[in-house]
Write a protein that binds this ligand. Structure first.
Ligand code: NDP
Length: 323
């Protein structure tokens, strides 16, 4: 990376979902002059949902993109600088008080005293053209976000892990009937979750079954399923299809530098947002595969800014003692 006239910031925030913006609001108010790089999808996953009805403080609900614009405005009001761009490379320091080096869009070098990682996770989809066409038109990757819109209706869910099992029972509470498609002859979900699924009367589990095609032009009207053992196809009428086949945390650029679990989620220390590198903090879905809600992401964004502020204060007081 170039040594000449490199811009240096106190606090670099990577990612612009609820975690990133909340971190920005707190960091800006603490006079850390945060600089945020938004990533490829400014506003994050919430910009792909319609109505957000479960974020406290919005009694009438709010649509995801509007909420993210408002969060950005709130962060900017206190002096956050928001730039559109990707952090494509990082060189994280091991030293307390060390400077972290990053590259923006593969070209521009930047240095940061602290980094708050809020790069989120990306829901996995099946990749079928009919599924992609109907995303936002009845195909969703978040039952907790969108299930309510299918109250009293027939829906289907794909996946056999804990998320799918949990979301299937959640949907069964709201919807008339839930069909669950599991591609193997058994679920990967914990025995307790499987037990819950099996004991839910309006939840029909179809093993060895995959999606052949999502039916409908503008909105989901049905599903053609295929038994992967016999090749037999079956059509059902549904209005909503939920994909729950896992998420991928956006952590590729940190691999080999930050401690991660075996699925790539960043490991934070205890109840804090601290990573294994001093001055580098992780918040939101990038370090949380369990809750994954806007409000929990926002909460950890706040924690990350407070952790970063305390870290900078301790570094500064150490420097004063040594001076
Ligand atoms: P998982 O990776 O555990 O499960 C993904 C599921 O989707 C598997 O059943 C997999 O099938 C299936 N799948 C993957 N790709 C496809 C595909 N192309 N077509 C059809 N099916 C597919 O992801 P989860 O999101 O369920 O869970 C992630 C982690 O979070 C896990 O460790 C889980 O235990 C944890 N978690 C815990 C919760 C809790 O404790 N309350 C709640 C939610 C998550 P196959 O088995 O055939 O590979």
């Amino acid at each position: 990376m170039s040594e000449n006239k490199v811009e240096r910031v106190k606090c670099l925030i990577i990612g612009s979902g609820p975690a990133g913006y909340t971190a920005a609001i707190y960091a800006a108010r603490a006079d850390m002059k945060p600089l945020m790089y938004t990533g490829m999808e400014p506003g994050g996953q919430l910009t792909t949902t319609t109505e957000v009805d479960n974020f406290p403080g919005y009694p009438e609900g709010i649509d995801g993109p509007t909420m993210m614009v408002q969060l950005q405005q709130q962060a900017e009001r206190f002096g956050t600088e928001v730039r559109i761009g990707m952090i494509t490379e990082v060189e994280l320091s091991d030293e307390i008080g060390g400077i972290h080096k990053v590259k923006v869009d593969n070209t521009t070098a930047l240095e940061a005293e602290t980094i708050i990682i809020a790069t989120g996770a990306t829901a996995k989809y099946l990749g079928l053209p009919s599924e992609q066409k109907l995303r936002g038109g009845g195909v969703s990757a978040c039952a907790v976000c969108d299930g309510f819109f299918y109250k009293g209706q027939d829906v289907a869910i794909v996946g056999g892990g804990d998320t799918a099992a949990e979301e299937a029972t959640y949907l069964a509470n709201i919807c008339n009937k839930v069909t669950m498609l599991v591609r193997k002859g058994e679920m990967r979900a914990s025995k307790a979750m499987q037990h819950r699924v099996e004991n839910t009367p309006n939840l029909d589990v179809k093993y060895f079954t995959e999606v052949d095609e999502v039916l409908g032009d503008q909105v989901v009207e049905g599903l053609r399923m295929v038994n992967n053992q016999t090749g037999e196809k079956e059509e059902i009428a549904i209005t909503g299809l939920f994909i729950a086949i896992g998420h991928k945390p956006n952590t590729d650029i940190f691999k080999g530098q930050l401690d991660m679990d075996d699925t790539g989620y960043i490991i934070t220390k205890g109840k804090s947002t601290k990573t294994n590198k001093p001055g580098v903090f992780a918040s939101g879905d990038v370090q949380d595969k369990e809750y994954r809600q806007a409000i929990t992401a926002a909460g950890t964004g706040c924690m990350a800014a407070l952790d970063a502020e305390r870290y900078l204060a301790s570094v500064e007081s150490k420097e004063e003692v040594e001076a």
